[in-house]
Ligand binder design. Sequence first.
Ligand SMILES: NCc1[nH]cc(CCC(=O)O)c1CC(=O)O
Ligand SMILES: [Mg+2]
Length: 338
Amino acid sequence: MTSFILSADFPASRPRRNRRDEFSRRLVRENALTAHDLIYPVFVMEGQGIQEAVPSMPGVLRYSPDTLLKVAEECVALDIPVIALFPVIDASLKTPDGIEAANPDGLVPRVVAQLKKNFPELGVLTDVALDPYTSHGQDGVLDENGYVLNEPTVQILMRQALVQAHAGVDIVAPSDMMDGRIGSIRQALEAEQHIYTRIMAYSAKYASAFYGPFRDAVGSAANLGKSNKFTYQMDPANRNEALREVAADIREGADMVMVKPGMPYLDILRDVKNAFGMPTYVYQVSGEYAMIKAAAANGWLDHDKVMMESLLAFKRAGGDGVLTYFAIAAAKLLKERA
Ligand SMILES: NCc1[nH]cc(CCC(=O)O)c1CC(=O)O
Ligand SMILES: [Mg+2]
């Protein structure tokens, strides 16, 4: 047998030694996913006894406040720390300024109060954004050319966040990408003694085509039509800009920051974590979920394995937690394995 040297390191270095047995693979494992890393986004609408399927998001349902309680109970049982609410607003309540967002008797504040009353230990996160409430599906107030106006939009977002805080929400999460909204919301919260309301800022939110199924779920897709969100959400080509956006949100008072979408933006997630060391979250968005579901339904990918690998990748890339429609399924798997 001829002996040959493959490299100067070999065979002193054989990376496969550590990989040979399950015990040493476990011993050298660098990252782990736990239920504590999961935030479960849910769609909620008016009504009773509702569990309505979202066709472009197989396995995702729209709930009425009563059926949502069961979901919250499941989150608690599975050790999922936070549930994130996304409202489906009746078309009759949608207006150009989306002012229903600031209605203290609206759907979201009522659901927040109900959840906190029944499950005080479950963290509740609310979306601060106008798109579920506007008749045009944009995240803000428009001028005569259809341009989203910054300050007038921030004024309404402040009122929306305050209403949610009064209802008892734990975390407000502005997903709109208006400039200066974190500072305005923080000031308003402090002024009204909501000093413990946390802000999770959607800081680096890209103008992504991966949001398509979500817009079906909340019913903004048809209203939005062919228009886009390029004048406020970030250009997918940009990397440095994400760091500037995150820096500004931290200075303005964000307690946690977010990168969105997830898997196509893992580089941004790593950059943000390295640059700021903040509690950093990532949104595995509706389109990412739909892709995995579709491939699995065709038998092209192993659903559970791909789901868990995609979630672990967020941890490895620097995420402290993930907003994911897989939260319940993943937490169940983690519990079975424990
Ligand atoms: N305020 C809008 C909002 N909040 C969360 C999502 C997307 C979430 C997902 O795709 O799962 C969007 C869509 C958008 O910006 O158009
Ligand atoms: Mg910003």
